[in-house]
Ligand binder design. Structure first.
Ligand code: NAI
Length: 565
C-alpha cells in the first residue's frame, strides 16, 4: 500500500504489549543528543489521569491502581467521591470573585467530569449562577483572556464552501471525538444574553447550556456538542482586543451567512442523523426567527430564547392562575420587550388561550399587548413592524412610556423581556398593584444587572428561567427519538412544569418549584414532551415505553463513579 510505505513509523507512538508502556515520538532528524532530548512516554495510567471522562483522581481504589498502572502516580490516600466533592466545594467557596469560581469549575470539568457533574447536581442552587447566568455572561465577555482549552467546536467562515471548493464543515464536525451526539447547542454569538455581540466568545453559552442538559436533564456529556459559528463581529472593541479568539472582521450577512448555516445543518444531518437536536442559542432576533422557520420543517431544531422561554413563562402563568383564579383568557398581558423572548412567549400564550378557551389564535392575540423600544405596538406603527410583531398591533393611540401603557392597558400580568435593567420602577409596580389584587410580574432579562426589577421590588414575583424547561424538553426529544419539534410539544412542556408546583408553594406566592428538584421536574417534562411526540407520530424510538416518567428517569446520566476492573 502506497500510503503505508510513505508513513514514517519512527514518528508513531509504540506500545509494548508486556508492560503496556507507550513510547515514541520524534525522529532524531536534527541529530540532537538523545541523552538530553525529551523522550515522550505515555503510560496507560498517565493517560487515564488526564482523561476527564474516566479520571477519578484520588478516588481510584487500590485494586484499580494496580490494574491500571496508577501505582506511584497518585499519593497513597484513597478518597471517596463524597469527600472529593466536599473538598472541591470548600475550595470553590474560598474564591470571592464569581469569575474565579467559574474558572475553577471549568478546570474541574476538564479534569474530572463525573466529579464536576456530581458537584453541580448536588449543589445546583449554589452553582447555577456560576455555570449559567449571570457569571457565564461575564465569562463570555472575558473569554479570550480566560481561554485555556477549547470546550466545543468552532466553525468559522474559513470552513465554508466557496467557489465550488468543497466546504470543510463536515470535516470539521468529524474532528470532534464523539460520534454519538444527541444534542447540539449552537450560537453565532450575535446577541449573548443581554450583553450584545460577543461573536466567537459566545462559546461560553453552548458550553453552559449543555452542562445543564447533563446536570438537570440527564443527557450524557459525551452526547452533547457545543458549537460556535464565527461569521465575524460588529463589536469593534471586541475584535480589536489583543486576546480576542475569533475572526477579526465585520459580520457577514445575507447569502454568505445562510450558505454557512445551510452547510452546517446539512453536515450535522449527514454526520449524526435526523434525530439530533440542534438548539439555536443567542442569535440576534433577525436571524433567530428566520432560522427556526427555515429549518423546523426538515430538521429537529429548537430555539430556547423563543420556545424554552415561552414554555417556562407559560408554566409560571398557568401556576399563577391557581392563585389568582380564572383562566388565561380572563387576563390581559403586557410584554415589555417584543423580541425573541417576548414574541415567543406571546405566541405560545396565544396558542394556550386558544386551546383552553376554544377561540382562534387571532382572537386570543387580542388579550396580549407588546411594548418595545419605540413604545406600545399599535396599528399606526404597522408599516415599520416586523411580521412577528405585526400580529400584536392593536388599535390604540401611541404610548411611549411604560407607566402610561400600564395605566391605559390595565394588564393583569406584566412580563419584562427587554434586556433593560431596572425598567420596572416603583411607580410601575405600584400601578400594577393598584389595578390588581394579585398582579403577576415576571422580569426575565439577563444577566441580573439587566433584570427589569429585583425580587424585593415586586409584589408577586419569581425568577423565571428557561433552565427549568430546556433540559427536560431536550431529554423528552432524545428518549422518544423525535424527528421534529412542534408547538404542541412546547405547550406540553409548559404544562409539565406547571404541574410540578405544589399548593403550598402557590400559597407562598411562588409560581416555580425549587431548583433542587429539577431532575425530577425534568423527568416529568421529558415524559410529557415524549408523549406528545408519540401522539403526533413524530417519535422514532419504538415501541413506546409504558411508563414514560420511569423511562425518562432510567435514561438519565448518573455521575457516580464507575468501578473499573
Ligand atoms: P431581543 O433583542 O430579541 O429583544 C429585545 C426587545 O426589547 C426588543 O423588542 C426591543 O425593541 C425591546 N427593547 C429594547 N430597549 C427597550 C426599551 N428601552 N424599552 C422597551 N423595549 C425595549 O432580545 P430577547 O432574546 O428577546 O431577550 C431579551 C432579554 O430577555 C435579554 O436580557 C435576555 O437575556 C432575556 N432572556 C431571559 C430568559 C430567561 O429565561 N430568563 C430567556 C431568554 C431571554
Amino acid at each position: 500500500m502506497a500510503g503505508a510505505e510513505e508513513r514514517n513509523d519512527a514518528d508513531m507512538p509504540m506500545r509494548d504489549d508486556a508492560t503496556g508502556v507507550v513510547t515514541g515520538g520524534v525522529e532524531d532528524a536534527y541529530g540532537e543528543d538523545r541523552a538530553t532530548e525529551d523522550q515522550p512516554i505515555i503510560t496507560p495510567g498517565h493517560s487515564l489521569l488526564r482523561d476527564p471522562r474516566h479520571n477519578k483522581g484520588l478516588a481510584f481504589t487500590e485494586k484499580e491502581r494496580d490494574a491500571h498502572y496508577l501505582r506511584g502516580l497518585l499519593p497513597p490516600a484513597v478518597l471517596s467521591q463524597e469527600l472529593q466533592e466536599k473538598r472541591v466545594l470548600q475550595n470553590l467557596r474560598q474564591f470571592k470573585v464569581p469569575l474565579q469560581r467559574y474558572m475553577a469549575l471549568t478546570d474541574l470539568q476538564e479534569r474530572n467530569e463525573r466529579l464536576f457533574y456530581k458537584l453541580l447536581i448536588d449543589n445546583v442552587e449554589e452553582l447555577l449562577p456560576i455555570v449559567y447566568t449571570p457569571t457565564e455572561g461575564e465569562a463570555c465577555q472575558k473569554y479570550g483572556s480566560i481561554f485555556t482549552r477549547p470546550q466545543g467546536l468552532y466553525i468559522s467562515l474559513n470552513e465554508k464552501c466557496a467557489f465550488l471548493v468543497r466546504g470543510r464543515v463536515l470535516e470539521t464536525l468529524r474532528n470532534w471525538p464523539e460520534k454519538n451526539i444527541q444534542v447540539i447547542v449552537v450560537t453565532d454569538g450575535e446577541r449573548i444574553l443581554g450583553l450584545g455581540d460577543l461573536a466567537c466568545q459566545g462559546m461560553g453559552i453552548p458550553v453552559g447550556k449543555l452542562a445543564l442538559y447533563t446536570a438537570l436533564g440527564g443527557v450524557r456529556p459525551s452526547a452533547c456538542l457545543p458549537v460556535t459559528i464565527d461569521v465575524g463581529s460588529n463589536n469593534e472593541d471586541l475584535i480589536k482586543d489583543e486576546f480576542y479568539i475569533g475572526l477579526r472582521q465585520r459580520r457577514v450577512t445575507g447569502q454568505e451567512y445562510s450558505e454557512l448555516l445551510d452547510e452546517f445543518m446539512a453536515a450535522v444531518r449527514q454526520n449524526y442523523g435526523q434525530d439530533v437536536l440542534v438548539q439555536f442559542e443567542d442569535f440576534a432576533n433577525h436571524s433567530a426567527f428566520t432560522l427556526l422557520e427555515k429549518y423546523r420543517e426538515n430538521h429537529l431544531v429548537s430555539n430556547d430564547d423563543i420556545q424554552g422561554t415561552a414554555a417556562v413563562v407559560l408554566a409560571g402563568l398557568i401556576a399563577a392562575l391557581k392563585s389568582t383564579g380564572g383562566t388565561l383568557a380572563d387576563h390581559t398581558f403586557l410584554f415589555f420587550g417584543a423580541g425573541e423572548a417576548g414574541t415567543g412567549i406571546a405566541e405560545l400564550l396565544a396558542l394556550a388561550i386558544s386551546r383552553q378557551s376554544k377561540v382562534s389564535v387571532e382572537e386570543a392575540r387580542k388579550k396580549i399587548w407588546l411594548d418595545d423600544a419605540k413604545g406600545l405596538i399599535v396599528t399606526s406603527r404597522n408599516e415599520t413592524l416586523e411580521p412577528f410583531n405585526k400580529r400584536y398591533a392593536h388599535k390604540h393611540e401611541p404610548i411611549k412610556d411604560l407607566l402610561e401603557a400600564v395605566k391605559a392597558i390595565k394588564p393583569t400580568a406584566l412580563i419584562g423581556s427587554s434586556g433593560v435593567g431596572q425598567s420596572f420602577t416603583k411607580e410601575v409596580i405600584e400601578a400594577m398593584s393598584s389595578i390588581n389584587e394579585r398582579p403577576i410580574i415576571l422580569a426575565l432579562s439577563n444577566p441580573t444587572s439587566k433584570s427589569e426589577c429585583t425580587a424585593e421590588q415586586a409584589y408577586s414575583w419569581s425568577q423565571a428561567n428557561n433552565a427549568y424547561i430546556f433540559p427536560g424538553f431536550g431529554l423528552g426529544l432524545v428518549i422518544s427519538g423525535a424527528i421534529r419539534v412542534k408547538d404542541d410539544m412546547v405547550l406540553a412542556a409548559a404544562e409539565g412544569l406547571a404541574e410540578q408546583i405544589t399548593p403550598e408553594q402557590i400559597d407562598k406566592g411562588q409560581i416555580y418549584p425549587p431548583f433542587s428538584n429539577t431532575r425530577k421536574i425534568s423527568a416529568n417534562i421529558a415524559a410529557r414532551v415524549a408523549a406528545k411526540a408519540y401522539d403526533l407520530g413524530l417519535a422514532s424510538q419504538l415501541p413506546r415505553p409504558k411508563d414514560l416518567v420511569k423511562y425518562a428517569e432510567s435514561c438519565m446520566y448518573n455521575p457516580v463513579y464507575r468501578s473499573y476492573r
